[in-house]
Design a protein. Structure first.
Lengths: 325, 237
């Protein structure tokens, strides 16, 4: 019965996603694409921060590698397919994580957080200064957006926002599913074990630094996917997207949605995007509204919306409350 | 000989907390390490396990030198550690906690390896709680889960640190019986650190008594019982 309800909900979600452009029009369809990009970006930090407690406060680096990877691949390689560009972005994010991992996985807590802030600042400066590679503040723009092409079968124009929406839903949906699957594998248990107590995992026979490195590379790769989708969506990628502020955004979204839960970052991204969109209509002081909203949420739901939901459910005796992370 | 510890010296910064500690455990034996608080019993187990790096001395397990190896290597060599205060993974289910044990441990190809079903036969209460998160178990159940998790790695030697600490008397008896059954049924050797002298004496084949940072006595139960001065010196407050 429960399984049947689950399937029905999935079907409703699928139909809803297909109908979004028809119901809400192209403006809100684009709004939904940017929301989905942020959700994948937030989820990629959640598997590091929420599931494994790797305090990565420089996640915009990996987003940046994804964005620059995809934009440069399209700008420099003639005939580069759109999925190839996304893959280049993914590889870019993963490669940077691989390079940083030997150092990063051996530190924890505040040292890890500060190290990321420093690396992010360095990355941001490089993005600003290495103009031939990154375009500096102006960024890389106007690169060709190739059609989605299966030779001899189909060729779909990706400059059409409606077509791009379906492409984005597919890529980001698959990314989300892959991250979900990753947390549900036996390795997912090790991630939670490392978060709870790395020493305990060590004496059970697991290599903790190597396990942390794997999570870090996976997180970096999916941040790369979100960065590449952002570049394709905007047809522009500039150094702004790699700033420290952009590193904190997914952290805040994850905290507000419910850190350490899979649905939390998705809820947090949706909440922030909607609040930002509404605030923009009525005031120019968007940051003030966002800040006040954040304070209220943290005061009344310190474990995010999922924590609040679990607490309320626990009060009615239906579910255990969310553990403090 | 299964485990041989020779002249182990361990420091916490400048404190010399283990001074030339030597002990051994034979195949199928239960050996108790007793002493008052702060004598270095738990540090001895941690030094064997690699959780604390000894400065000198050797730990030989099944003829292989495992001194100062990282804990995951010691675990793979066949030693399992059951820490004090029942350190389970509170946010994983009972089943997941048990599975964490098998993945990190040595995968035995022998017959009669520990499986989840076999653990449930020894600890029926864990079967009832299989889907519950570890943090919702009682102290005794958590202790059983920690022992079960250690066994899932199919170790040849269990290092058990204060298994009955803080448990209700009925649960103390149950945990004691479980350790005895595990040793008798499967031949897994046990090096036991225990405050409850009665429990330790009822389980152990041989006993080591620790004074301040050193081994002060080693012998059988009968030898210890025949020696009230030693007992008074190392165990009584």
């Amino acid at each position: 019965m429960k399984k049947a309800i689950k399937w029905i909900l999935w079907i409703i979600l699928g139909i809803g996603l297909i109908l979004i452009p028809k119901i809400f029009g192209i403006y809100y369809t684009n709004f939904f694409v940017s929301l989905a990009i942020m959700a994948v970006f937030s989820q990629s930090i959640n598997i590091e921060l929420g599931y494994t407690r790797i305090l990565n406060f420089g996640h915009a680096m990996f987003f940046g590698m994804g964005g620059y990877g995809a934009a440069q691949a399209l700008a420099l390689i003639p005939g580069m397919p759109i999925l190839g560009a996304v893959l280049c972005g993914m590889l870019g994010g993963g490669l940077l994580a691989l390079v940083l991992s030997p150092l990063v996985v051996r530190v924890s807590g505040m040292a890890c957080a500060m190290l990321h802030v420093a690396f992010n600042a360095l990355f941001f400066m490089l993005a600003m200064k290495l103009r031939p590679l990154t375009g500096g503040e102006d960024g890389i723009s106007g690169f060709p957006i190739p059609p989605f092409n299966i030779p001899g079968i189909i060729s779909i124009d990706m400059t059409n926002p409606l077509n791009f929406y379906y492409f984005a839903v597919a890529v980001l949906g698959i990314s989300m599913w892959l991250m979900w699957y990753f947390t549900k594998t036996p390795f997912g248990q090790i991630m939670i074990g490392i978060r709870d107590n790395p020493k305990r995992v060590n004496y059970l026979g697991f290599k903790v630094p190597e396990s942390r490195a794997l999570v870090y590379i996976v997180g970096g790769s999916f941040a790369g996917v979100s960065g590449s989708m952002y570049a394709l969506f905007q047809n522009l990628f500039s150094s702004d997207a790699t700033s420290g502020l952009n590193s904190f955004q997914p952290v805040l979204m994850t905290m507000v949605g419910g850190i350490g839960t899979f649905i939390g970052p998705i809820i947090g991204s949706a909440f922030f995007s909607v609040v930002e969109e509404l605030a923009r209509r009525y005031t120019e002081r968007v940051e003030l509204v966002m800040g006040l909203t954040l304070i209220i949420v943290i005061l009344f739901a310190p474990m995010g919306f999922m924590g609040l939901y679990r607490d309320l459910k626990a009060r009615w005796g239906k579910a255990p409350s969310l553990p403090k992370i | 000989m299964l485990l041989e510890v020779q002249n182990l010296n361990t420091y916490y910064v400048t404190s010399h907390v283990l001074q030339n500690v030597s002990l051994n455990v034979n195949e199928g034996e239960v050996v108790a390490l007793l002493g008052r608080n702060g004598m270095g019993k738990s540090t001895t187990l941690k030094s064997i396990m690699g959780l604390v790096k000894p400065k000198s001395g050797t730990v030989t397990f099944q003829g292989k030198n495992v001194t100062g190896l990282p804990p995951f290597r010691v675990a793979k060599a066949g030693i399992a550690y059951v820490p004090e205060e029942r350190r389970i993974f509170p946010q994983l289910s009972v089943m997941d906690n048990l599975e964490m044990g098998i993945k990190g441990g040595k995968q035995s190809t022998k017959e009669g390896i520990w499986t989840v079903e076999r653990i449930f036969n020894h600890f029926p209460i864990l079967k009832e709680r299989a889907k519950q998160q570890g943090r919702y178990l009682s102290g005794g159940e958590q202790q059983m889960l920690t022992i079960g998790r250690a066994l899932m790695g199919n170790p040849s030697l269990l290092l058990v640190d204060e298994p009955t600490e803080g448990l209700a008397p009925l649960m103390v008896r149950e945990v004691r019986d479980i350790l005895e059954n595990i040793n008798k049924d499967t031949g897994v050797s046990i090096l036991l650190v225990e405050h409850n002298v009665k429990v330790a004496m009822s389980l152990a084949n041989r006993i080591y008594l620790m004074g301040k940072a050193h081994i002060g006595f080693s012998g059988s139960k009968d030898e210890l019982e025949a020696n009230p001065e030693v007992r008074a010196k190392y165990l009584e407050v």
